[in-house]
Design a binder for this molecule. Structure first.
Ligand SMILES: *Cc1c(COP(=O)(O)O)cnc(C)c1O
Length: 478
């Protein structure tokens, strides 16, 4: 298996190269040359697999054995699963009224991003140690990505990570998950700025081509193919829990921001999984509209909601989704994306949207009031807390008639984060505050981070840090 750009530029690259590179030279995103098909017979044999075993099957379809022998893959996945607090990794919670929640938040930082990023961390360490090469990951984040990325690489030998976090703009738990990591290869800055300010600093650093190459910089946001690939496994796992005989079609509602998880769902369907998807969002509904009408138009401002990981302006993975449903037509994709990049809006051709809607059958918007109401209803009926992101999917469940005589389809809601991370939302919903020993433990840990103050030259600080990291690494290991 090799990887190509959604816009058709450049030659195919190996899996290993896809792991390091963010964008391709032509501004596109990497995709496998061909989506591997999984037959019903094979799917049935996967029904008894644990999540890690299933993940190994899936990954081996996308990573050639010559690049990563099966035994190494197996060890690597097992290491990635260390630190999950539930042996099932992705358990399905079956609640009243046909409500099913796929709990994807049992990893180290309590959000589904742990699933993909923990594998990215292990894969980086594997390939870098083989090449005897060091790499620095740079992340600018407000949400769950920073903490999950830190968690995924802490203590690794061949990788350092620098994280810029916007002071006062993450939830307290998110910030603590980043600032309480004391391993030498983790470097956290708390900056007096917004997420966008920080992103600009990071981008400047990456635009300096020579600097980037010399210091081997890498970005692991959701443009990283490996994260998408890993996430296909939980769609398959969810399906097989509901239909172990593979004798039905399953609907899955996915809380959506940058469309990474959704892309993984689409890929799993194109692999042959009998699922349909529902895209659920908060008030930032650019994605919902794009899925339903084909029209992608950026709004002037991002609204702050109770579900901050979905407060996203531009759903970056829409390029991959259009690529997939256009029948992998790079010319069409480049035309659409170029028009979007120059005008801030574009409309996909109707036949593309029609194709897409066969798989992404609906899009649903839940505003903060509905999110709160849904968190309450779910708690009252089941004594079960859901996070505000998960609530957008559960709101769709309550709104539809799933589980009644009129509607006997099965629906799974993807649970993207643990409620422990979003206590502010629990309070806003008027629910009793959940006691979380893990949170208290976090608050008692020593912290390690540096401040970036207004007036400092952040780009210089960041670059100097990266230079120091490289110097220190060479002193220690060469
Ligand atoms: C990142 C995130 C999302 C959105 O996922 P995408 O793949 O970006 O669509 C939803 N919920 C939570 C809790 C997240 O951290």
């Amino acid at each position: 298996m090799q990887y190509i750009s959604t816009r058709g530029g450049g030659g195919p690259v190996s899996f290993e190269e896809s792991l390091y590179s963010g964008y391709t030279g032509d501004g596109g995103m990497l995709m496998p040359i061909k989506i591997p098909e999984v037959s019903m017979e094979t799917l049935k044999t996967w029904a008894k697999r644990s999540y890690p075993e299933l993940l190994k099957e899936v990954m081996s379809l996308y990573i050639p054995e010559e690049e990563l022998p099966r035994d190494d893959l197996s060890k690597l996945v097992d290491s990635a699963m260390v630190g999950f607090d539930n042996p099932e990794i992705a358990p399905m919670k079956q609640l009243k009224g046909g409500l099913n929640v796929l709990e994807l938040f049992h990893g180290g930082t309590w959000a589904f991003k742990d699933l993909g990023l923990s594998c990215v961390g292990q894969l980086l360490e594997y390939f870098l140690s083989k090449r005897r090469k060091h790499l620095t990951v740079v992340v600018a984040t407000s949400g769950d990505t920073g903490s999950a990325a830190i968690r995924a690489v802490r203590g690794l030998k061949w990788v350092d990570i620098v994280v810029l976090l916007p002071k006062g703009r993450c939830s307290q738990i998110q910030e603590l998950q980043m600032t309480t990591v004391i391993e030498d290869n983790v470097h956290v800055y708390r900056a007096e700025g917004t997420c966008d300010d920080l992103d600009i600093v990071k981008k400047k650093c990456f635009k300096d081509h020579d600097f980037r190459l010399e210091h081997n910089l890498c970005s692991i946001n959701s443009i990283n193919w490996t994260r998408i690939m890993v996430q296909t496994a939980h769609f398959i796992y969810a399906y097989l829990q509901m239909y172990p005989q593979c004798d039905g079609e399953l609907d899955i509602a996915v809380p959506t921001g940058a469309l990474g998880n959704m892309t993984a769902g689409c890929v799993s369907r194109l692999m042959g999984l009998p699922i349909r998807l529902i895209c659920t969002v908060n008030e930032n509904d650019v994605v919902a509209k794009a899925m339903l009408t084909g029209e992608l138009a950026i709004k002037p401002e991002v609204v702050q909601t109770l579900a901050p990981a979905m407060d996203i302006q531009y759903p970056i993975n829409i390029e991959r989704i259009w690529y997939l449903f256009s029948g992998q037509k790079p010319l069409l994709v480049s035309r659409l994306m170029e028009e979007f990049e120059s005008k801030g809006c574009v409309k996909a051709p109707n036949d593309l949207t029609t194709k897409l809607k066969e798989v992404i059958i609906d899009a649903f918007v839940a505003n903060d009031d509905l999110i709160k109401k849904t968190m309450r209803q779910c708690f009252e009926e089941n004594s079960y807390y859901i996070c505000p992101h998960t609530a957008t999917a559960v709101a769709y469940h309550y709104r539809s008639k799933v589980g009644t005589d009129d509607d006997n389809r099965k629906l799974v809601c993807v649970g993207t984060a643990s409620v422990s991370k979003f206590q502010e939302a629990v309070e806003a919903a008027g629910l009793p505050v959940k006691v979380c020993p893990e949170v208290d433990r976090l608050k008692s840990l020593p912290t390690k981070f540096e401040e970036m103050r207004k007036g400092d030259s952040w780009e210089e600080i960041l670059k100097q840090k990266i230079v120091d990291i490289n110097t220190n690494w060479k002193m220690k290991h060469c």
